[in-house]
Design a protein around this ligand. Structure first.
Ligand code: C2E
Ligand code: MG
Ligand code: MG
Length: 571
């Protein structure tokens, strides 16, 4: 057939055919299906994989077959979930995903050439898509409870807010378990996990199909209640949830009582974006917990104002130490045998440049929450030890130490440094701790207290009777002193129960060889009563209010030698 051609041309044709054969072999081996159509949409070539993917008979793979014939044969295999995936701006390739009725997903990439012909690559991406949606599900869901995470919640809030813009409402309920931590700590993590699973299941039962339940982390959950009559619907839902979670949860045959608190924000009134809504619901939750737990609260704008005020105070507190706004006031402790000042308690004062004097009751809890109590407490120790060096050698100085300092501060080193820097003998320093300090990590706390005692420092139990009053705390450590809270003295004259507590604690102190100091003695009558009970020392306004350091030597002198305090003289 090529007989008339010159040999060179024959060689060229032979090599073309060889290339063609190689190309066909390569096409047949492609894992993708491939096909080409000319400008009139007639098939130029198609590989076997293409026919397989679309389950086409071999005759439809012949060159010249019109596209319409192929389309007619495949129509009906794909489902409505098929979708256009867009066009690559650079190459002009169009992507389309076909969802087939047998569950397969086929991705097709079509590029059209300048001459009107087109090339298409077809690929079975079923496995890839499945793996991807599994990963996506895992990323968006909590493996323990199967509930969606925060991201899904935020998306749902966005949807509800968008719908709300057209006149609907939705409620966001944030909830927190009341007693999860103790269960987790005492029964172990497996029990904790089981509790969370049961809680998730109960929450799902409380909501309707259209509501979304999410786990925000730890023991925090949230529910988005979609467009219904608010606040009526969310009140009913909150009641249902509180009741459902008040039911005990069975863990290995033990009934565990968890309980929950809920804060509710209603969109769009309490926040126009998901973040604000979450914040509002959180503030309401905070209030629900403050109000005694096991209950729910709606967000109110004044909650926001309170948090703002607290933030302001916190920022000021951070600056106060460097700005030199702290001072110590000192209140004498008077020994009843011989009536002399045996010690002086250091009480922290904050002179705020704008607010004036801020009560320790207002800023100490904030300093504890923020951890600022650690550097502040260090300063108090330094100042008190330095001041005490100017007083008679038989007068102690008592410094209050917070539970937070004991747990995460460097209390022992701070005490050593304050003693070393001031030169105060350790026997003249007394540390006052409250019962709450003994609540957690009791062994660690006792270790620190024992190390302080080993230095020669004395340790007192402050405000005894107000907290958990566990007598075992008194037995677990040999305190030098028990300070009986002033609330008992205030009531002692007319409340026999208060008096009998003073009597019991002084008796206990005597038998455990601990001194007893009664706080808050304001009248001669109170002094008479507590003296009769045999307590060792008293402290209170009757002798002196807390005074600046410079006045302490004068006070010590005035109160020495049994000189009766002002009130007593009047009586
Ligand atoms: P506290 O250690 O029990 O201190 C005794 C409190 O009772 C002081 O209140 C004192 O002014 C007050 N007080 C004393 N005598 C009387 C009285 O006769 N009548 C009445 N009504 N009150 C009396 P203050 O100074 O407001 O301190 C309150 C609490 O703040 C202290 O209770 C203590 O727990 C804490 N605090 C004070 N300074 C420090 C400190 O430097 N560090 C730590 N961590 N806490 C401190
Ligand atoms: Mg105290
Ligand atoms: Mg006290």
């Amino acid at each position: 057939m090529h007989r008339d051609l010159p040999p060179q041309e024959l060689l060229r044709l032979a090599s073309l055919e060889r290339e063609n054969a190689l190309l066909r072999a390569a096409l047949e081996r492609l894992p993708q299906g491939m096909c080409m159509f000319d400008a009139a949409d007639r098939l130029l070539l198609a590989n076997r994989r293409y026919l397989e993917l679309w389950q086409l008979p071999p005759e439809l793979g012949r060159p010249g077959t019109p596209f319409s014939a192929i389309r007619a044969a495949t129509r009906g295999q794909e489902t409505a979930a098929s979708r256009e995936r867009g066009q690559d701006a650079g190459t002009g390739t169009r992507l389309r995903e076909w969802a087939m009725d047998d569950g397969r997903t086929i991705e097709v990439a079509v590029s059209r050439e300048a001459d009107g012909s087109c090339v298409a690559l077809h690929e079975d991406v079923t496995e890839q898509r499945r793996a991807h949606s599994h990963i996506e599900h895992q990323a968006r869901h909590d493996p323990l409870t199967g509930l969606p995470h925060r991201a899904a919640l935020v998306e749902e809030l966005q949807r509800q807010l968008a719908r709300g813009a057209r006149g609907g409402e939705a409620a966001l309920l944030c909830l927190d378990l009341d007693r999860f931590k103790p269960v987790n700590d005492s029964l172990g993590h497996a029990a904790g996990d089981e509790v969370l699973r049961v809680v998730a299941a109960r929450l799902r039962q409380c909501v309707r199909q259209s509501d979304l339940v999410a786990r925000l982390g730890g023991d925090e959950f949230a529910v988005v209640q979609a467009g219904v009559d608010q606040p009526v619907a969310s009140t009913a839902l909150a009641r249902r949830i509180v009741a459902a979670l008040a039911q005990p949860i069975d863990i290995d045959g033990h009934p565990v009582h968890i309980g929950s608190s809920i804060g509710i924000a209603v969109a769009p009134f309490d926040g126009a974006d998901p973040d604000r809504l979450l914040r509002s619901a959180d503030l309401a939750l905070y209030r629900a917990k403050e109000d005694g737990r096991g209950t729910f609260r709606y967000f109110e704008p004044e909650m926001d104002a309170r948090v703002q005020a607290r933030r302001g105070l916190e920022a000021d507190l951070r600056r106060a130490l460097d700005a030199g706004e702290f001072e110590l006031a000192y209140q004498p402790q008077v020994a009843l045998d011989g009536r002399r000042v045996s010690g002086v308690e250091a009480l922290l004062r904050w002179r705020h440049p704008a607010r004036g004097g801020v009560s320790p009751a207002d800023f100490i809890p904030l300093a504890e929450e923020t951890g600022l109590i650690v550097p502040i407490g260090r300063w108090v120790l330094q100042r008190a030890c330095a001041d005490a060096c100017a007083w008679p050698a038989d007068v102690r100085v008592a410094v209050n130490v917070s539970a937070v300092q004991l747990r995460r501060g460097s209390l022992l080193q701070d005490v050593e440094a304050a003693l070393a820097d001031s030169g105060l003998p350790p026997q003249r320093l007394e540390i006052e701790i409250t019962e709450s300090a003994m609540l957690h990590d009791t062994q660690g706390v006792i270790g620190t207290l024992a190390a302080l005692r080993a230095l020669g420092v004395q340790v007192a139990m402050d405000d005894f009777g107000t907290g958990y009053s566990s007598l075992s705390y008194l037995r677990s450590f040999p305190f030098d002193r028990i300070k009986i809270d002033r609330s008992f003295v205030a009531d002692a004259a007319h409340d026999p129960e208060a008096l009998s507590i003073i009597r019991a604690v002084t008796g206990l102190g005597r038998s455990l060889r601990m001194a007893t100091t009664v706080e808050g003695v304001e009248t001669a009558e109170q002094l008479r009563i507590v003296s009769a009970e045999g307590c060792s020392e008293v402290q209170g306004y009757l002798f002196s209010k807390p005074r600046p350091a410079a006045e302490v030597p004068g006070l010590i002198e005035r109160l020495a030698g049994g000189a009766p305090p002002a009130e007593e003289r009047r009586a």
